[in-house]
Design a protein around this ligand. Structure first.
Ligand SMILES: C[S@@+](CC[C@H](N)C(=O)[O-])C[C@H]1O[C@@H](n2cnc3c(N)ncnc32)[C@H](O)[C@@H]1O
Ligand code: SF4
Length: 448
């Protein structure tokens, strides 16, 4: 049977898109010490062919355009893998990607994969130095066999992207890795710069595996320069790095930032970090927090957030230089937020969008929550506050509702509330300042 015709170039797969994942078997021929889905966690590693066909049919019915086949190591099931690829392509799925360590792929099998309709392979070439690759793969001789597999796939026209899974022992070698790829594997056009995710087997070896973010912050920009000079697309995937670890100046290649910008940070999913990652105290002052899922929880709990510092500081509207600060835009209204101000906020492409208002009502809250506003600054005159008239009571009800709703939003999507209290003030002002801080206001600024 001839392979299904390839998709037209303009339909090229967007490599940052979320993909359907079919794990063919959880069994594996390697023993990567960092594996996030280790074979020993799966007492029944291989589903029956029948179960798998149901999963595949569901995927085909979903209309998704890229099927990713992974594992474990899918090439262990040589015939089943070919049949799944053939079935998916035959049913009209335009892109089928294979995640593999490639050591079992020789020229003959690469030809069979291409004939079945495989469009791309995502290969775990873990280092350009054989000793590092073999140690990280947990298999002696894996490096040479992996290279042979990559050559074979490229030889039959399958697109290959590489995944180095940066670990502590390879963290300073990334620029050399890219130089090696450019020289030895010129057919490879894409490298996904992932770094050890502290899950699965990796949890048992965290201190020796988890890279040092202070080191990577300097190494990644050099890797980006080498990749750009060689025409290699370097991506920061979900299993990659927080923006402040080398990616702040290249957000267009950071999957979380792309998704957050494309989906908006609310109400669409935006950054989907499945609760694996979280932001920490430094992120509160970061102008890019709405484009970043933060760091793995273990980076905060076991490394104290080392290496994470806002690459762009959010500047409050009352601070000097706020209007021109990069990464943010400020819209001001003397009273309640206006429709024009809300739609300007929605149209803004900046990661931080301030609305500065002098009043609020409860009715404004849903409008604010669905606008593109990321930081609301409520400026109150303390004289009015002390007088406690009906307008101020209404504003405080709005503020109460806003703070209550904000707490339940995910970090990167939270509308931060800031207060500026202008004037000397008295007991009502101090009480409000304490109350707002306790209820989660990000800043309470007194300006006597
Ligand atoms: C679980 S593997 C299965 C496919 C295949 N056996 C392989 O090694 O490429 C799927 C992908 O996850 C990556 N991976 C595994 N554990 C990881 C971890 N702890 N952090 C980041 N990526 C990881 C692998 O490098 C591979 O690209
Ligand atoms: S939100 Fe946090 S983790 Fe992300 S770039 Fe800013 S400081 Fe770094």
């Amino acid at each position: 049977m001839s392979p299904p015709s390839p998709p037209a170039p303009h339909q090229a797969e967007e490599s940052h898109r979320t993909k359907g994942l079919l794990r063919l078997t959880m069994a594996c021929n390697e023993r990567c010490p960092f594996c996030n889905v280790p074979a020993e966690d799966y007492p029944r590693p291989t589903p029956s062919e029948e179960e798998q066909n149901i999963e595949l049919d569901d995927f085909i019915a979903s209309g998704e355009r890229t099927l990713t086949i992974s594992g474990g190591e899918p090439t262990l099931l040589r015939r089943r893998l070919l049949s799944v690829i053939r079935r998916a392509r035959g049913a009209g799925v335009p892109f089928v990607e294979l995640q593999t360590n490639a050591v079992l792929i020789d020229e003959g099998y690469a030809a069979a994969l291409a004939e079945a309709g495989l469009t791309s392979a995502f290969v775990s070439l873990l280092s350009h130095e054989p000793a590092h690759h073999d140690a990280l793969a947990g298999l002696k001789g894996a490096f040479a066999r992996c290279l042979r597999g990559i050559d074979a796939l490229l030889g039959v026209g399958v697109r290959v992207a590489l995944n180095p899974v940066t670990a502590r022992r390879t963290q300073t070698l990334l620029p050399d890795y890219l130089r090696f790829v450019a020289a030895r594997l010129p057919g490879v056009r894409s490298v996904s710069l992932s770094a050890v995710q502290p899950h699965g087997r990796a949890r048992q070896h965290l201190s020796e595996l988890l890279p040092d973010y202070d080191v990577l912050r300097d190494v990644v920009p050099e890797a980006q320069r080498v990749a750009a000079a060689a025409g290699i697309e370097l991506l920061n995937p979900y299993c990659g790095l927080p923006l402040c670890v080398g990616w702040a100046a290249d957000m267009a290649r950071s999957v979380e930032a792309i998704e957050a910008e494309g989906g908006g940070w609310r109400p669409l999913p935006g950054i989907e970090n499945r609760d694996d990652k979280t932001q920490g105290p430094p992120c509160q002052a970061c102008a890019l927090r709405t484009r970043c899922g933060g760091a793995w929880r273990a980076v905060w709990t076991e490394r104290g957030g080392a290496g994470l510092h806002p690459p762009l500081r959010r500047v409050a509207p009352w601070e000097p230089g706020a209007e021109a600060a990069p990464g943010q835009q400020i819209f001001r209204a003397p009273g309640r937020p206006t429709p024009a101000q809300l739609s300007a906020a929605r149209a803004s492409v900046q990661p931080t969008v301030w609305l500065v208002v002098g009043a609020l009502t409860e009715d404004d809250v849903p409008l604010l929550m669905s606008s593109g506003c990321t930081d609301l600054c409520l400026c109150l005159q303390t004289a009015a506050l002390e007088a406690a008239g009906p307008a101020i009571a209404q504003t405080l009800r709005g503020l109460h509702r806003l703070l209550r709703l904000g707490v339940s939003a995910p970090d990167h999507g939270r509308l931060l509330v800031h207060m500026r209290l202008e004037g000397q003030g008295g007991p009502a002002t101090s009480q409000l300042a304490a109350w707002a801080t306790a209820r989660g206001a990000a800043t309470v600024h007194r300006a006597p």
